[in-house]
Design a protein around this ligand. Structure first.
Ligand SMILES: C=C1C[C@]23C[C@@]1(O)CC[C@H]2[C@@]12CCC[C@@](C)(C(=O)O1)[C@H]2[C@@H]3C(=O)O
Ligand SMILES: O=C(O)CCC(=O)C(=O)O
Ligand SMILES: [Fe+2]
Length: 373
């Protein structure tokens, strides 16, 4: 039987916190959610008021290929405009997310993610690695949202499902286009990727796999001591994020610290995940990012987590490997890597690493440069 994304965590169940606190009604930050102050964060760049922000790339620009290559090498994250996703669809997905998260907590819990499952309502998968809870709620969808949506709105789930399915369809097209831009910027042609056909379509049953993650960050009474989503890299090839007009997403920039990715109306944020890092033999490193919260404004983000077909082995592309540049990672499937991440979290990338490079380069998500707790 071919492996499916929904099987990725069978061996790594995540048990929920039995106290389902409704963050929307809490007036004071509980100790369970109080992290060390972000103001004392050695990587905080708030004070220095960083003027550098990730590149903004117009996908209709004839130079888009070069610009994408530069952004991937130097930032690991960029924003895209003129991406052909209708603004109306971005508005629709945002209001679908709002409708979901504004349900009473007892209703949302009817669609709770099962401990060994991928889809449903719950805390971020990585929560178990931290001593404190994050100030957020999540809803993960793989493929059809029908099963969980019908638990939330037994009579009235079709509008939600239609929007999600349309969004998944459009994101899949954009993610494929971005992946080829990234690879072509390294001189990789469609024939060089064994799991793609000459037209660039992904071969095999179910083709590429993906998950949609809806994140909601309620306004927080003490935002400097709370964490919306702790520092992590995504286990994807790439992630496309739509954020509402409240800022919160930050990326770690070497030598600078945490840099905010400002919300731009109609733009989408693209970041590199661990599997593209492996595929490009570290040339395009995955980027460490987190979400911080706001005292007065709620925040909503929708992440499209794009990966290869679940059972395809991802390893450094042979065109990027030679005597001077040996393969740095062993082959790994997305499902296997998600299991590794569920077990080792920030050590997942180095756990599939074959050898250390002569310059002592350590993997981005080793987190030896960042305090994770
Ligand atoms: C395919 C997936 C990637 C993800 C785990 C998941 O099964 C679905 C949710 C994804 C997400 C979103 C928030 C951050 C993250 C680290 C997490 O805890 O859940 C990512 C996971 C990932 O990329 O490893
Ligand atoms: O909410 C955000 O800006 C970040 C979300 C994120 O990193 C994720 O869903 O993987
Ligand atoms: Fe992420």
């Amino acid at each position: 039987m071919p492996s499916r994304l929904s099987d990725a965590f069978r061996a790594h169940p995540l048990y929920h916190n039995p106290k389902h606190l409704d963050l929307n009604s809490v007036k004071e930050l509980p100790d369970s959610h109080a992290w060390a102050s972000l103001e004392g964060d050695p990587f905080s760049s708030e004070d220095s008021c960083s003027i550098e922000t990730p590149p903004i790339i117009d996908l209709s620009d004839p130079n888009a290929l070069k610009l994408v290559g530069y952004a991937c090498k130097t930032w690991g994250v960029f924003q895209v405009i003129k991406h052909d996703i209708p603004l109306s669809l971005l508005n629709d997905i945002e209001s679908a997310g709002r409708t979901l998260f504004s349900l009473p907590i007892q209703q949302k819990l009817k669609a709770a993610r099962s401990p060994d499952g991928v889809s449903g309502y719950g805390v971020a998968r990585i929560s178990s690695f931290f001593p404190k809870h994050m100030w957020s709620e999540g809803f993960t969808i793989v493929g059809s949202p029908l099963e969980h949506a019908s638990l939330l709105w037994p009579q009235d789930y079709s509008k939600f499902c239609d929007v999600i399915e349309e969004y998944e369809k459009e994101m899949k097209k954009l993610a494929g286009r971005l992946m080829w831009l990234m690879l072509e910027s390294l001189g990789i042609a469609k024939e060089d990727v064994k799991w793609a056909d000459p037209k660039g379509d992904i071969k095999g049953e179910g083709a590429t796999a993906a998950a949609l993650q809806l994140n909601f960050y309620p306004a927080c009474p003490d935002p400097n001591r709370a964490m919306g989503l702790a520092a992590h890299t995504d286990s994807t090839l790439l992630t496309i994020l739509h954020q509402n007009n409240t800022s919160g997403l930050q990326v770690l920039r070497e030598g600078i610290g945490w840099v905010t990715v400002p919300p731009i109306h109609g733009a989408l944020v693209v970041n590199i995940g661990d599997l593209l890092h492996i595929l490009t033999n570290g040339l395009y490193p995955s980027v460490l990012h987190r979400a911080v919260v706001n005292r007065t404004q709620q925040r909503l983000s929708i992440a499209y987590l794009f990966g290869p077909p679940c059972s395809v082995q991802i390893s450094p592309l042979s065109k990027l490997v030679d005597h001077g540049h040996p393969p740095l990672y062993r082959p790994v499937t997305w499902n296997e890597y998600l299991g590794t991440k569920a077990k080792h979290f920030d050590k997942a990338l180095s756990s599939v690493r074959l050898c250390s490079s002569p310059n002592g380069f350590s993997d981005v998500n080793d987190h030896n440069r960042v305090k994770v707790g």
